[in-house]
Design a protein around this ligand. Structure first.
Ligand code: CA2
Length: 146
């Protein structure tokens, strides 16, 4: 039987604390809650999720390379604060052919000016933002249809 398509879901700094503060911005779901729902959604479509979080920029870059090496179908990337600062993550997105979907819980464009610049957007296939945890589910829905 052929391997099921894998979608990497990569989460950046501080998202391990999701559900513990600022629920008015980020909602009350924890990252585990989100991972569980994405897992169900992917399974129902015959795919699998590889869900990860790191507070370290280099881990996110290594995992983007790994997505390519493993033949992943797509990457959902919430680079969190690195979204607005990391040319190195943009370079990694551009260095791979796997489509990368940018995901945010909040809508950075409705927030402080410094969140309006996204280096990730410059390499991403599409952006899903402002729908809380649903942003991930919407992105996964599109990725599963590739
Ligand atoms: O809205 C998003 O998903 C963000 O990527 C979240 C980042 C922020 O820097 C981006 O501008 C937008 C911040 C992640 C902080 O994670 C926590 C959320 C709630 C509680 C603790 C940490």
């Amino acid at each position: 039987m052929a391997d099921r398509p894998t979608i990497f879901v990569l989460n950046g700094p501080n998202l391990n604390l999701l559900g513990t503060r600022e629920p008015e911005i980020y909602g009350t779901d924890t990252l585990d809650d989100i991972a569980g729902r994405l897992d169900d959604q992917a399974r129902a479509a015959g795919a699998v999720i590889d869900f990860r979080q790191s507070n370290h920029e280099g881990h996110l870059i290594d995992w983007l390379h790994e997505a390519q090496a493993d033949g992943a179908k797509a990457v959902l990337l919430n680079a969190a604060g690195f979204t607005h600062t990391s040319i190195a993550i943009l370079d990694a997105i551009k260095a791979i052919t796997v489509p990368v979907f940018e995901v945010h819980l909040s809508d950075p464009h409705q927030r402080e000016e410094f969140r309006h610049l996204s280096y990730v957007s410059m390499g991403a296939k599409a952006v899903f933002a402002g729908h809380g945890a649903k942003s991930y589910e919407l992105a996964l829905d599109v990725a599963l249809q590739l």
